[in-house]
Structure formats: structure tokens, C-alpha cells
Design a binder for this molecule. Structure first.
Ligand code: GRF
Length: 207
């Protein structure tokens, strides 16, 4: 059973998907700690309801590196082997990445490499793309640039604003993140020169 640490900043619907998956018989991972840089993140409540340790680690006054040291210490204290960023609105540094080499995943609400960075759903609407989606990827030193593990696609419908599109994208996020984390926990992901090898379907499409 692989212990996973999850970092959030907000609502935590992806965290909920992971907590729900972890509760299913045979799931190869458990959520050992949820950390938030925001004290009012609803995801903290989700963790408590699931009986999972939750910690607020405020970033105020700390350098990015010093902050990541506090993250690493907390995750280590709880025995975490993999880290899942789930709506964590912080840029992480090599301090975290070197502590968990090739063991940090993120979910981004766009079909990377399109629309990295903030407000990806609004970027997609503004660009007039017809298909949008989400990506689970390994975290590297760049912003949303790491090796892609899985993607979920949804249509962009006439009249969509960023919120409507974002809600549709979340439905596929909640499918692909647990799937990717299971593969991670099973040791089934291989980063190669041609991308990430995974043992099952690495995409979903929902209309
Ligand atoms: C998701 O859209 C995720 O892709 C992005 O932040 C959002 C977090 O949503 N990184 P939630 O907190 O999991 O509901």
C-alpha cells in the first residue's frame, strides 16, 4: 500500500476523487496526508471527513524553497512516497522535486501542451478551441511541462464560459487522476524518451 501526500489550495474535488478511490477495496494507495497553503480550503474538510490527516501550511513570509522544506518535512513525517498536487496554487521548487524524484504528479485543466499556467479554461474559451480537457503529468522544474501520463477530453459547447467549461473538464479530471495514481502506486509508469508508458488506456473522452 503506497502512502500518498496530496497538496491543495481550494475546493478539493480532485482530492475527493482520490479519497473515494482510495476507499475502494484493492486500491493500491492510501492518502496519508493532505496539506493546504490556505486555511479555508474546503478540501481540508473533505480530508477530515475521510479520516485523513490534514495540515495547513501557510506560505506567508517564506521563500519558495523554505516553504517546500516544510512540505517535504510534513510529507516525510507521514511516510508519503508519492505526491499528488491537486489544485495546489503554488509553483514547486527542486526542494520538493528532489525529495520525491519522479514521484510528483499534477493535474492541469487543459490538454497540455496547450494552455499551461493560470486560467487554462478561460484561455481555451478565448482561443475558440472545440475540444478541451485535462492532463495528469509528472511535475518537473517547468510550469505544466512534465511528462504526460493521461488526458481527458471534452467538447467546448457554444455559449460556454470558463466556469461552464471548467465544470465539464472536472468530470474527466475525476476519472483520469485516480487512474494515473493507481498506476503510479503500482510502479507501472515508465518515463521514456517517447513519453510515459502506462499499462492501460491513457485517455478518456466525455461529451
Ligand atoms: C482543477 O481544475 C485542477 O485541474 C487545477 O485546479 C483545479 C482544482 O480543482 N489544477 P479542485 O480543487 O480539485 O476541485
Amino acid at each position: 500500500m503506497i502512502a500518498v501526500g496530496v497538496a491543495i489550495s481550494g475546493s478539493g474535488t480532485n482530492l475527493q476523487a482520490l479519497l473515494d478511490d482510495a476507499a475502494r477495496p484493492g486500491c493500491p494507495y492510501r492518502i496519508a496526508l493532505v496539506v493546504s497553503n490556505k486555511a479555508d480550503a474546503f478540501g481540508l474538510e473533505r480530508a477530515r471527513r475521510a479520516g485523513v490527516a490534514a495540515a495547513v501550511l501557510p506560505h506567508r513570509g517564506l521563500s519558495r524553497e523554505a516553504y517546500d522544506q516544510t512540505l517535504v518535512a510534513a510529507f516525510r513525517e507521514h511516510g508519503c512516497e508519492w505526491i499528488a498536487l491537486a489544485g495546489f496554487l503554488r509553483i514547486v521548487t527542486p526542494v520538493l522535486l528532489d525529495a520525491f524524484p519522479q514521484r510528483v504528479l499534477n493535474i492541469h485543466p487543459a490538454l497540455l501542451p496547450a494552455f499551461p499556467g493560470m486560467h487554462a479554461q478561460a484561455q481555451a474559451v478565448a482561443a475558440g478551441v472545440r475540444i478541451a480537457g485535462a492532463t495528469v503529468h509528472f511535475v518537473d522544474a517547468g510550469t505544466d511541462t512534465g511528462p504526460i501520463v493521461a488526458q481527458g477530453a471534452v467538447p467546448v459547447l457554444a455559449g460556454d464560459d470558463a466556469a461552464a467549461l471548467g465544470a465539464r473538464i472536472l468530470t474527466v479530471e475525476h476519472e483520469i487522476y485516480p487512474r494515473a495514481l493507481r498506476w503510479a502506486a503500482e510502479g507501472a509508469l515508465r518515463i521514456t524518451e517517447r513519453g510515459v508508458e502506462a499499462p492501460g488506456p491513457t485517455w478518456v473522452w466525455r461529451s
